[in-house]
Design a protein around this ligand. Structure first.
Ligand SMILES: Cc1ncc(COP(=O)(O)O)c(C=O)c1O
Length: 403
């Protein structure tokens, strides 16, 4: 043989005996039913698949809170769903207003530029939500055709609460709105129809607690009209929504669908429907607020002010003498808990999406974080952190599903 046979270790020797608790910014732990579904392969075009696809669309309409009949899956990461929304809605040489306050909102702007749009950015300071007055002024001045915004900036843990207002103003000026809900989908309210969002993007591996690699995108009727009116040929064949429509609405072939991933997303959506959105939002809120109380009880500071703080991923400022990399390694090695660093910021991030929002997972994570920082020589009040966490859980008052 010309090339040598490589020496390979089996996964049993590479992976830890007990899976690490995935408490970073995604991927997140998946329920057993989702994992089981992901282990099945079926015919991508048969009647069984058609029935599953119908159910995925029906459940998605509930989770996206929309009546639209233009929801489709994408074989690819959240970024592929972002690119699908951009490629189909951004016409070359048209004007796009990109609201930029972090890594992922900048990615949307870059994608629009690559699609040859004239991109105008409204930047916010790092760690701050977008400023609605600046957005309104920019819309009036530039009259964009498309506006891009991220509901929850996972990268720096900022929440853009003014999203409904952004949509309202954009629509006054006949501008379509693309929302990246990759980390917020099914963790907090997003009223696609009520707010007038024209494209919502999400990934599988965050709020839905499914696998990475299969994502969803929903287009409004207005957005679909624009897509159908386009006369130019899209350069992205795989991401062409009119071609994807063949599979998602006409039981026909576009490309071989990621059947296992679609089965996994079916189960993830079914579990959301079983729990119902109000209960799910309350579970996320309760766990995230409790986590935040626990962290502050330890004596650590949260990175973002309460008003702009994202609940789906919580950013924690590190004390000066703590090295981020060393902390992440220690917490993983000693406690079997994975949390995330960040993109150039001196913070660590703990996710509160899907299965991460279970009280036993938060107790383990706050304890692991506190103990690890203590071992690295910083004075941490572990008993108060744990007590604050417990107090916040016990005193939580449901907001979306009041008893
Ligand atoms: C808000 C947001 N948008 C987009 C993405 C990109 O998703 P993916 O990494 O699956 O491409 C992420 C991933 O972390 C995200 O958090």
């Amino acid at each position: 043989m010309r090339y040598p046979l490589p020496e390979i270790e089996s996964l049993d020797t590479i992976l830890p005996d007990e899976p690490l608790l995935m408490m970073g910014a995604g991927p997140v732990p998946i329920p057993a039913k989702v994992a089981a579904a992901n282990g099945i392969v079926i015919n991508h075009l048969g009647d069984t698949m058609a029935q599953i696809v119908e159910q995925v669309k029906a459940m998605s309409r509930y989770v996206f809170q929309t009546k639209t009949h233009h929801i489709m899956g994408v074989a690819g990461p959240g970024s592929a769903a972002m690119e699908m929304a951009i490629a189909n809605l951004v016409v070359p040489n048209s004007k796009v207003l990109a609201l930029c306050n972090g890594f992922f909102s900048n990615r949307l702007a870059e994608m629009a530029e690559r699609n040859e749009a004239e991109v105008v950015r409204v930047d916010s300071d790092c760690g701050s939500a977008i400023d609605i007055d600046a957005v309104a002024a920019a819309i009036r001045l530039h009259r964009p055709k498309i506006l891009t915004v991220v509901q929850g900036e996972t990268s720096n843990t900022v929440y853009n609460a003014c999203l409904p207002e952004v949509c309202r103003i954009a629509h006054e000026f006949e501008c379509l709105v693309i929302v990246d809900a990759v980390c917020t989908f099914s963790t907090m309210p997003l009223g696609m129809d009520d707010w007038g969002v024209d494209a919502v993007i999400t990934g599988g591996q965050k709020g839905l607690s499914s696998i990475p690699g299969v994502s969803l995108v929903a287009f409004s009727e207005l957005a679909w009209e624009l897509i159908c009116q386009r006369k130019d040929v899209l350069r992205h064949w795989c991401l062409d929504a009119k071609l994807a429509d063949q599979f998602w609405y006409k039981k026909s072939y576009h490309y071989t669908a990621p059947v296992s991933g679609i089965l996994a997303i079916h189960e993830a959506l079914r579990l959301v429907c079983e729990e119902t959105l109000p209960s799910r939002f309350d579970r996320h809120l309760k766990c995230s607020l409790a986590l935040q109380s626990g962290i502050e009880g330890l004596g650590l500071a949260l990175y973002v002010d309460k008003l702009s703080r994202l609940n789906s991923v919580v950013g924690i400022s590190l004390p000066k003498k703590i090295d981020q990399k060393e902390l992440l390694q220690l917490i993983s090695r000693e406690y079997g808990v994975e949390i995330a660093g960040s993109f150039g910021l001196d913070i660590v991030r703990i996710g509160q999406m899907g299965e991460q929002c279970r009280t036993h997972n938060i107790f383990r994570t706050v304890h692991a974080l506190g103990s690890s920082i203590k071992k690295l020589g910083y004075n941490i009040d572990l008993p108060t952190g744990m007590a604050e966490l417990e107090r916040a859980i016990d005193t939580f008052v449901p907001l979306y599903n009041p008893r």
